[in-house]
Design a protein around this ligand. Structure first.
Ligand code: SF4
Length: 360
């Protein structure tokens, strides 16, 4: 793949619901709710991602992730524009420091396709310029002054929407911070614009090892040959790829769907890393699932997939010191002499307590 292919895809994006509908051959989308939703939350879809959509559209997992919906206008008191409280943890304009040893650098606001469920809607799709030299310098000063930060996540928007040259300047600057030992890039281009993974980009990223790519495939239908080949290019170059997906009602909230997603990722050397509960961001109320859905999916996966293929099911809400992992409860009863356990098929067994040993 060469640079021209991905730039053409970006230039030819469908940037309104009506253009998207015409592309799909839908006659009439005279829905004022859709019009309001796309004004409130910008839309863009690459022709590649749109080409994955199948009929019936209203049930298609790709369509649901990128077509504005009147349901996005549902308001609830728990929904905010900044559900992870990132603004209050931003020591400089483009840096978020929420965890002691990790920081997040927000380098741009553009994405190949705007996900209707995006957590960072306060940034993605806004017409903000990419990080400036002065903003980058301030972030670097902060990182140099905080050597406890050894892991930097580069996100946005989607950092891989930047040109190779712009990305290279950022990576050069952050990799000169002596305390940064790991760089992670959060990108969704593997799912929505796989032609962005060019030989040039792979060789650029390879210079900065150890570098990890965290991506977001939410449904097995996104795992096309193009997407898997793009991931293979990164992995073959020694850049590990991990998947963090969001549990979305009507898109991927069944055990069978998640099992197929994780199994296919695993077969293709992409580590299923996180299954996230949908964040409490405005515009996503219709995508949210009860916590019990995720927990029962985890119960289903356990015993059917290798532990290597099972993601952590996590929720990230303000007020906690970070993500918390949600697990099915396998302990039925704890007694002084034994613990009664169950497996995911309902079989019950006992694990004896260790024999007390007196050290006299
Ligand atoms: S690619 Fe990521 S940042 Fe961009 S809209 Fe989708 S979830 Fe949000």
């Amino acid at each position: 793949m060469h640079n021209k292919a991905w730039k053409e895809q970006v230039a030819q994006r469908l940037t309104s619901a009506s253009a998207f509908a015409r592309f799909l051959g839908i006659d009439d989308i005279n829905d004022t709710g859709i019009g309001k939703a796309e004004k409130q939350f910008p839309m863009a879809v690459t022709p590649y991602y749109a080409s994955l959509i199948q009929k019936p559209f209203e049930k298609d997992p790709i369509f649901l992730q990128c077509m504005p919906s009147a349901y996005e206008l549902i308001e609830a008191p728990w929904l905010t524009n900044d559900p992870l409280g990132e603004l209050s943890c931003s020591p400089t304009q483009k840096l978020v420091h929420r965890y002691p040893d990790r920081a997040l650098l927000l380098v741009c606001s553009e994405c190949a396709t705007y996900c209707r469920h995006c957590t960072r809607k306060r940034i993605s799709g806004e017409t903000l310029p990419p990080i400036s030299e002065a903003e980058l310098a301030k972030a670097i000063d902060y990182l140099n002054a905080h050597p406890e930060i050894d892991d930097l996540l580069i996100s946005g928007g989607d950092p891989l929407l930047l040109t190779d040259e712009a990305l290279s300047s950022i990576l050069d600057a952050v990799s000169k911070v002596p305390s940064i030992k790991v760089i992670r890039i959060a990108t969704r281009v593997l799912a929505t614009l796989p032609m962005r993974i060019t030989d040039e980009l792979v060789s650029l990223l390879s210079k900065y090892k150890p570098i990890f790519v965290n991506t977001q495939f939410n449904h097995p239908r996104e795992l096309t040959q193009e997407a898997l080949s793009a991931a293979a290019m990164l992995i073959d170059a020694g850049i590990p790829v991990a998947n963090q997906f969001v549990l979305l009602k009507g898109v991927n909230d069944t055990a069978e769907c998640v099992e197929e997603l994780c199994r296919t990722l695993y077969h293709n050397r992409i580590r299923p890393y996180y299954m996230f509960q949908c964040d409490l961001v405005r515009g996503v109320e219709h995508f949210r699932t009860p916590l019990s859905t995720g927990i029962s999916i985890m119960d289903h996966l356990r015993g059917r997939l290798s532990g290597m293929a099972i993601p952590n099911f996590c929720i990230d809400i303000p007020g906690l010191s970070g993500k918390i992992e949600l697990l099915p409860n396998y302990i039925i009863e704890e007694k002084p002499t034994e613990t009664i356990l169950r497996d995911n098929r309902g079989r019950v067994t006992s694990y004896p307590a260790p024999t007390p040993i007196s050290k006299s």
